[in-house]
Design a protein around this ligand. Structure first.
Ligand code: FMN
Length: 385
């Protein structure tokens, strides 16, 4: 049996059905990878650590968790970007990395408010990074200041319930107007344009589905971009527990392929390999039943805007969570590497964003819940202090 046949058999579930031992490997996420989600902040006496224990629950592209903090100066948090946690192939200008620092800062701000503190956030206090990648200078300096005028934000309560959901969405269940209004209102602090489309505009919905599918096909069949994702795959419970970051894969079929040496993460699969076509088919099925998309567009695209786009995105997701609405970002068509230029142009055109930047585009709907994604835990982020 050659490798491709073997993969097809596995993809068809034959091996899975044959041995109960394999089914037993359909493990849940190991508890040590989820510890950060259990009552964050419990026992923390330094309020900075308390707010940070919520901030590390922020969404981050590929779950890289590139946040490093220095607590050496009392009452101050200095945020840095870990230069070993970037995505140079799919995010060549680190736009998504900056957004992922924005999501962190927004959760930090919400947590500070909960404690009656104003988070005074100074972005890029030693100067703004260049256009390509973060350098050794800080992303932000934060001071937590007691302020009787600070108000709590109800979005705080959603932090521990917010999860990126990659399941199939219910095609028959529309997102209610109240949820769309809450998402739009959540963006209000930030100068980004929020938009959405649903079954009421069938043609627009179909156009967006087609762009998402094409962009995903390009990312999966471009060797350097798929290999970049492979680098962050954590396959099976032991790897997930060890790293507590990246993209979790606990599917027993994949775990066994890996164990049998049939899934080589150093080689990109051919476009017609079942590893590629199987993923494309699954993605196409999910897109076909996706009832809605949403987006955030900014007039410019500098580092501060990218941070603010991340802040706006996580607020949208928290507002959606409060209404039971789930989402999955679809960054493939928004990425700035040459092979994906066609879908990039198309999505900007259909979202009426020529000359602007679509910072976030996501599918949204109702779906079976998913478990939280791993987190490394607060201590892994502390540089000093
Ligand atoms: C800027 C940004 C881009 C993202 N892009 C994608 C994406 O293209 N596809 C996807 O499935 N998830 C995407 N995500 C979601 C992350 O993978 C997710 O936040 C991470 O795995 C942690 O999971 P959680 O959000 O459930 O905590 C993105 C998140 C951010 C903040």
């Amino acid at each position: 049996m050659d490798r491709r046949n073997f993969l097809r058999v596995v993809g068809g579930g034959v091996i899975l059905a044959a041995g109960s031992g394999l089914v037993a490997c359909a493990a849940a996420t190991p508890p040590e990878a989820l510890a950060a989600w259990q009552t964050p902040g419990t026992g923390e006496t330094d309020v900075r650590r308390w707010v940070l224990s919520y901030a590390i629950l922020a969404p981050h592209s590929h779950n890289l968790q590139s946040w490093l903090v220095d607590l050496a100066t009392p009452q101050q948090i200095t945020l840095y970007c870990d230069p070993t946690r970037l995505l140079p192939e799919t995010d060549p200008y680190s736009r998504q990395i900056m957004m992922s620092h924005g999501t962190f800062l927004e959760l930090l701000d919400l947590a500070a408010r909960e404690r009656g503190l104003r988070a005074e956030i100074t972005l890029f206090p030693e100067g703004v990074f260049g256009p390509v990648r973060p350098d050794q200078r800080p992303v932000a300096r934060i001071r937590l200041v007691a302020d009787a005028g600070v108000t709590r934000d109800p979005l705080f309560a959603q932090i521990v319930h917010r999860h990126t959901n990659r399941n199939a969405y219910d095609p028959a269940r529309a997102i209610p107007d109240a949820a769309w209004r809450a998402m739009a209102a959540a963006v209000a602090p930030w100068p980004l344009r929020f938009g959405h489309v649903d079954a009421g505009a069938a043609q627009a919905l179909a156009a967006q589905r087609a762009i998402a599918i094409e962009a995903w096909r390009i990312e999966l069949t471009t060797p350097r971009t798929i290999l970049e994702s492979y680098r962050w795959l954590r396959i099976g419970s032991a790897e997930v527990a060890k790293h507590r970051d990246g993209l979790t894969l606990l599917d027993p079929k994949v775990v066994w392929l890996e164990r049998l040496g049939l899934f080589d993460r150093s080689k990109a699969p051919a476009p017609d390999d079942s590893a590629t076509t199987g993923q494309l088919d699954e993605f196409n099925r999910k897109l076909a039943t996706t009832p809605a998309f949403l987006w955030l567009v900014s007039p410019g695209n500098d580092r501060v805007i990218q941070i603010n786009a991340g802040r706006a995105y996580v607020r949208v997701q928290l507002a959606a969570t409060a209404h039971g609405v789930v989402m999955q970002p679809l960054q493939q068509a928004l990425q700035e590497y040459p092979e994906v230029a066609g879908p990039y142009r198309d999505i900007h055109r259909v979202l009426d964003a020529d000359g602007q930047t679509v910072q976030m585009w996501a599918r949204a709907g109702f779906a079976e819940p998913v478990p939280p994604a791993p987190r490394r835990g607060l201590d892994a982020h502390i540089l000093r202090g």
